[in-house]
Design a binder for this molecule. Structure first.
Ligand code: NDP
Length: 339
């Protein structure tokens, strides 16, 4: 299948790309610069232009960003849209978080409808942030499923960068479903809504000095960030990047995936104390950077935390979730390979 993948240099997208290439698909991936394209080529050196090609899209926030990119010979049959800012460094939440997420999503859907008639399915990376109701906090009596929607307003999203990121994902996903409803395109949509993603980076593509946001948390622990106090986390759900990547690929043609959301989250929760313990057990070389066993912090909230239901992703997409120890060990191994 000929597939357009946006943001191929990203942490998650590189895993999606690896799977697509292994399955023999012909992929064009968008990147923001030629140097990122070169690094992807170095990471996957054995593929020719027919299987791995590139298009430069510097900024998905431009409404016409994808107009020419979606036109291809042979034509695209599926699109996977992952490119969206996930960082908390924005000084202008509207311009740096909300616009790229929302405009990026609507512009690719419009471009596909207008100029890529062979596309049957568009898969969009959304987030648990588009499900979660921040105002409810730990909400121990609740079980999150695909039925949940983040009810945040734009005004609330503009309050700070954390709300801004969550809002960006919720508004972008809503815009996508609105597009399907109002424009009735010939393609169908699937969204993948992952919780916090852990898992290995590609050492030739991702550098330790500019790690993606979720892996930066684990890396900081290996560099001494938890030594005096183990940081508490607001959330305790996580998922392995390889499971999220597989969900995107399966969502292209799985029976029953059309116009569905999929909540991707591992079978077990995490807290930073457990992450520290896993690193301690498996990597004695980090001993001096880790807290001693008596250091406080990093536990679950005393009143408990919401539950999650990942059964739709296991049933429809056949995902079998990695466990936390495997994910953290493989993540830290990849940091060592990149250093
Ligand atoms: P990365 O930061 O590694 O990937 C983000 C990708 O989007 C990069 O390729 C980045 O390009 C690209 N991008 C960001 N802003 C723009 C823009 N304005 N124009 C063009 N490209 C842009 O993070 P992840 O791999 O973690 O994120 C991938 C997707 O997964 C995102 O949609 C994110 O919201 C979602 N997600 C991630 C979770 C996680 O815990 N990691 C959890 C839930 C959802 P460049 O690097 O060149 O700037």
């Amino acid at each position: 299948t000929r597939i357009l993948l946006t943001g191929g240099s990203g942490f998650l997208a590189a895993h999606i790309l690896e799977l697509l290439l292994k399955e023999g698909h012909s992929v064009v991936t968008t990147v923001r610069s030629q140097s990122k394209a070169d690094k992807i080529k170095e990471t996957f050196p054995s593929y020719t232009k027919e299987h791995l090609d590139f298009a430069i899209v510097e900024d998905v926030a431009k409404p016409d960003a994808f107009d020419s990119v979606v036109v291809s010979n042979p034509p695209f049959e599926a699109v996977i849209h992952t490119a969206s800012p996930f960082h908390f460094a924005a000084t202008n939440i509207q311009k740096e978080l909300l616009d790229p997420a929302v405009v990026g999503t609507t512009s690719i859907l419009k471009a596909v409808k207008a100029s890529a008639p062979a596309v049957k399915r568009v898969v969009i990376t959304s987030s648990f942030a588009a499900l979660a109701n921040v105002a409810k906090g730990d909400w121990p009596e609740h079980t999150y499923t695909e039925e949940d929607w983040n009810p945040m307003t734009v005004e609330e999203a503009l309050a700070n960068v954390y709300m801004g990121y969550a809002g960006s994902k919720a508004f972008a996903e809503k815009a996508a479903w609105d597009f399907i409803k109002t424009e009735s395109p010939s393609f169908s949509l699937a969204t993948i809504n992952p919780t916090l993603i852990f898992g290995p980076i590609f050492p030739k593509l991702h550098s330790l000095s500019s790690l993606n946001t979720s892996n930066a948390l684990t890396y900081a622990i290996t560099q001494g960030a938890a030594k005096e106090k183990i940081p508490d986390m607001g959330g305790h759900c996580w998922v392995d990047v390889r499971d999220v990547a597989l969900a995107h690929v399966r969502a292209i043609d799985a029976a029953g995936a059309e116009n569905q959301r999929f909540f991707l989250t591992a079978n077990e929760n995490f807290n930073n104390r457990t992450v520290v313990d896993i690193i301690r057990k498996n990597f004695p070389e980090y001993q001096s950077s880790l807290p001693s066993e008596s250091v406080e912090g990093g536990n679950y909230p005393p009143g408990g935390i919401y539950k999650t239901d990942n059964s739709k992703s296991t049933r429809v997409l056949g995902i079998k979730y990695h466990d936390l120890e495997t994910a953290i060990v493989d993540t830290v191994k990849s940091f060592k390979a990149a250093s």
